[in-house]
Design a protein around this ligand. Sequence first.
Ligand code: HEC
Ligand code: HEC
Ligand code: HEC
Ligand code: HEC
Ligand code: HEC
Ligand code: HEC
Ligand code: HEC
Length: 353
Amino acid sequence: MANVVRDPRTHPDAIIPDLSKSDPLVTFTLSDIALVYGTKWKQRYFTKKGDDYYPLPAQWDVRNAVWRAYHVAPGSDWWTAFYPTDNMDRPTGPLCDGCHSVNYNIQTKTVTEWNVGCEKCHGPGAAHARRPSRENIINPARLDFVQANDVCIQCHSQGQPLRNPIEGKYYDWPVGFVVGKHLYDFWKLENHKIGEQSFTHFADGTAHKNRMQGNDFVNSQMYTHGVTCFSCHDVHGTENGADVIKPANVLCLECHGPKSPLGPHAPTIEAHTHHVSGSAGNECIACHMPVIEQTIANVNVRAHTFRFVPPATTDALKVPNACTECHKDKTTKWANDALRAWANVSPWRVANE
Ligand code: HEC
Ligand code: HEC
Ligand code: HEC
Ligand code: HEC
Ligand code: HEC
Ligand code: HEC
Ligand code: HEC
């Protein structure tokens, strides 16, 4: 998270695509780009007009290595109702920058630091830097489970400020929140009506798009039992994908396992998963974190509800399920029939006819 936003003048290598190759979507040149956003899934480019930044109309899809139009369509994100339809008239200050910087000041439009810096998660650090002590810095690990998770949810969620507009502008990030305060005094998670598919949610309430790990995770039993985002992730960096503390299967088995009171309740792992050891279908995250939340085009990220989505829910509510997402050549009926034959799970919950 330390290299989200970069200035191409000081980091010419920050721009992933080759701008010298012409593309009909790319109507701008290197000299228009003031800031570059993102490296992993998608890269977006901002130009400066006056003292505000504005998104340029093409974005780079990193996985597929292609240009795609960048335009948030009217009627999708809640804030499109309050902004002109042209991206070039939608400033990044109210719509983006609070989550990609430290201390974005809405009056002066300045930041202490672009990127997700230490103070965003640890609070003000000047006194601590002068005289390091436990008393003058926030350690998220010592906060209660709500506030601890809110350190991450302040950015990893879809929501709206409680008070909007703020000084005449509609913001898409929790203006005024700093760690140690209560996020719920500043921010509400995006509403969802069960049964309806929306821009943000599948009909069963699972997130439909990226950057919603917080919306998902607050629905998990793990959240209510004191597990936090950083029980699984070390944001200071690890050698594993998505900065998980241990490779995913090892990670889950730190707390779970056939002998653990936390489940899964089966004599062996294979008896729970019904897939052989070493199979992709034997990995905890294969079924409990399906890759169904869209970030760009066909590139998705993992769900964080940890709930198993039954194949029948795909038929009823169009929520993709892990079984037929992986067994692409099979039908939901095939998966439902297979589940009905599995011991250790309730057919009423996962394979009702
Ligand atoms: C995205 C949020 C985030 C950012 C950014 C971040 N930290 Fe942390 N930090 C945490 C969390 C959460 C913990 C507690 C859990 C853990 O140790 O992983 C922590 C723990 C620590 C600890 C251990 C404290 C102790 O007493 O055990 C140190 C030291 C630390 N961070 C230093 C830094 C420094 C220095 C930076 C900037 C270079 C930084 N952190 C950036 C979230 C963050
Ligand atoms: C200031 C907003 C902000 C905060 C606070 C924040 N994140 Fe992030 N996080 C981001 C952004 C932006 C990215 C995309 C990073 C990139 O493009 O390099 C990201 C990326 C990530 C990734 C993916 C990293 C990868 O390489 O795949 C993980 C995992 C993550 N964050 C976990 C956390 C956790 C856990 C916390 C709380 C301790 C947290 N984040 C707090 C903004 C934030
Ligand atoms: C509420 C906080 C928040 C807001 C507002 C926000 N982002 Fe992000 N952004 C994140 C987080 C967290 C991630 C990483 C996690 C993810 O995408 O699931 C991210 C990821 C990204 C990425 C992909 C990074 C990569 O490495 O692939 C880009 C590009 C990006 N944001 C651009 C924008 C733009 C442009 C806006 C404004 C129109 C915006 N963001 C608004 C929090 C936010
Ligand atoms: C029980 C463990 C666990 C918890 C709790 C957890 N995550 Fe994750 N997270 C994972 C695993 C496992 C992955 C996928 C790693 C991989 O693909 O190798 C992941 C992936 C991610 C990614 C990368 C996007 C993707 O799906 O590839 C982000 C961002 C992220 N988590 C943020 C968060 C945030 C924010 C929270 C808290 C609201 C959180 N996670 C809670 C285990 C967890
Ligand atoms: C730090 C310990 C810890 C880790 C690591 C952990 N879990 Fe959990 N998990 C729990 C606790 C505690 C519960 C709640 C158990 C209960 O309700 O009795 C739980 C519950 C669950 C449940 C029940 C459904 C629900 O709503 O949460 C599932 C499924 C689950 N975990 C999957 C996973 C997966 C998959 C991983 C690895 C990515 C993982 N867990 C990692 C502690 C952990
Ligand atoms: C092939 C799919 C699949 C895999 C892989 C899988 N699970 Fe499950 N898991 C399920 C199903 C189905 C349920 C039942 C869901 C329900 O009743 O809502 C379940 C339920 C659970 C539960 C709650 C019920 C209980 O027995 O306590 C936990 C905890 C759990 N799994 C943990 C894990 C862990 C840890 C792993 C990795 C070792 C894992 N699962 C791998 C399909 C899977
Ligand atoms: C991440 C991929 C993945 C997921 C998710 C997954 N499987 Fe599998 N499955 C496999 C692989 C690989 C095999 C072959 C090796 C084996 O038996 O483990 C397999 C084998 C099977 C088989 C036996 C072989 C056959 O084709 O008849 C059945 C039945 C099955 N899976 C059902 C399911 C059901 C039901 C679910 C959802 C609960 C599921 N799988 C989830 C990857 C997956």
